[in-house]
Design a binder for this molecule. Structure first.
Ligand code: ATP
Length: 254
C-alpha cells in the first residue's frame, strides 16, 4: 500500500471568471520510506498539492489517500496530524516570536498527548542537532538554520510517518542549506519517514529524493526516478529544459 496516493487531483481557487485552476489531473504515489519531489517553476502548482493534502486548499476533486485512508473535504482530524506534519519555507514566519524553543516543543508534545515532555524535548533537540543550550532561547536569538531546526523538531514531535516539506531551505543562506538538507536526509533514515518535498531547485530535489514529478502550469508532465535525472534522461521537453537550465553555469538558485 502506498503511503500517499494522489489520483486525478484538481485544485482550484475562486469562482466563475476569477477561478484559477492551480492543479489539473495530478497523479502520483509515494511509497513508505520514499522521498518524492515536486519540481517546477513558480506558480506551477507544487505548493497547492501540499495545501490540498493538509486541508489548506478547500476546493479540490479527485483522490488523496494517506496510508490507505481517503481524505475528504478540508477538515483534517487529530489522527491526520499525528501521521502527517509539514515544514514550511520560512522559519521566521512559522515560529511565534514570544515563545521559547522549550515552549514550542512542550506545547506541541502536550497537544499530541505525550506525558514524558521533558525527556522528549531533550531528545528532539538532540535529534535536530541543537544542544540543550538552545532550549530556553527565543526565535530572535537563533540563526535562520537554527530556527528551521526548531521547526523540524516541532514537526517530528508527534512521531509522524509523513513529512511534507515546502521549500524547506530556500529562505536560508546558501551556506546552511546543505546542512539542513543533510539533517533531513539523516532524519528520514533514523525515523523511517516518508517525504513529499516541493522545490523549484532541481539539484536540491536530485540530492534529497528517490523520484520526482515535474510540474508545469498545474499539470504533472513527467514522473521520473532521480537516477534518470542524474543521467540527463528526461522524456518530456519541459523536463529536459529544466535539467539543462539547472546545469548551466550560474543557474543554481537558493
Ligand atoms: N489562495 C490562492 N488564491 C488564488 N490563487 C492562488 C492561491 N494560491 C495559489 N494560487 C495560484 O495557484 C497557482 C499555483 O500556485 P502554487 O503556489 O501552488 O505554485 P508553486 O508551484 O508552488 O509556486 P511557488 O513556488 O511560487 O509557490 C498560481 O497561479 C497561484 O497564483
Amino acid at each position: 500500500m502506498s503511503m500517499i496516493e494522489i489520483d486525478g487531483l484538481n485544485v482550484w481557487f475562486g469562482h466563475g471568471p476569477d477561478r484559477v485552476d492551480a492543479v489539473k489531473g495530478a497523479a502520483f504515489t509515494v511509497e513508505p520510506g520514499e522521498s518524492f519531489g515536486l519540481v517546477g517553476e513558480s506558480g506551477s502548482g507544487k505548493s497547492t498539492i501540499l495545501r490540498a493534502i493538509t486541508g489548506l486548499a478547500p476546493d479540490w476533486s479527485g483522490r488523496i489517500s494517506i496510508g490507505g485512508r481517503a481524505l475528504t473535504g478540508h477538515k483534517r482530524d487529530r489522527a491526520f496530524y499525528r501521521q502527517v506534519q509539514m515544514v514550511f519555507q520560512d522559519p521566521y514566519a512559522s515560529l511565534h516570536p514570544r515563545h521559547s524553543v522549550d515552549q514550542v516543543l512542550s506545547e506541541t508534545l502536550q497537544l499530541h498527548g505525550f506525558r514524558d515532555i521533558d525527556a522528549r524535548v531533550v531528545r528532539l533537540l538532540d535529534d535536530v542537532g541543537l544542544g540543550q543550550k538552545f532550549r530556553f532561547r527565543y526565535p530572535h536569538q537563533l540563526s535562520g538554520g537554527q530556527r528551521q531546526r526548531v521547526a523540524i523538531a516541532r514537526a517530528l514531535a508527534g512521531e509522524p510517518e509523513i513529512v511534507l516539506l515546502d521549500e524547506p531551505t530556500s529562505a536560508l543562506d546558501v551556506s546552511v542549506q546543505a546542512e539542513i538538507l543533510n539533517l533531513l536526509t539523516d532524519l528520514r533514515e533514523e525515523h523511517k519517514l516518508t517525504y513529499l518535498m516541493v522545490s523549484h531547485d532541481l539539484p536540491v530535489i536530485g540530492h534529497m529524493c528517490d523520484r520526482l514529478a515535474v510540474m508545469k502550469d498545474g499539470e504533472i508532465v513527467e514522473v521520473m526516478a532521480v537516477g534518470a535525472l542524474r543521467a540527463m534522461q528526461a522524456q518530456h521537453p519541459y523536463s529536459q529544459s529544466l535539467l539543462e537550465a539547472s546545469i548551466a553555469p550560474g543557474s543554481r538558485s537558493a
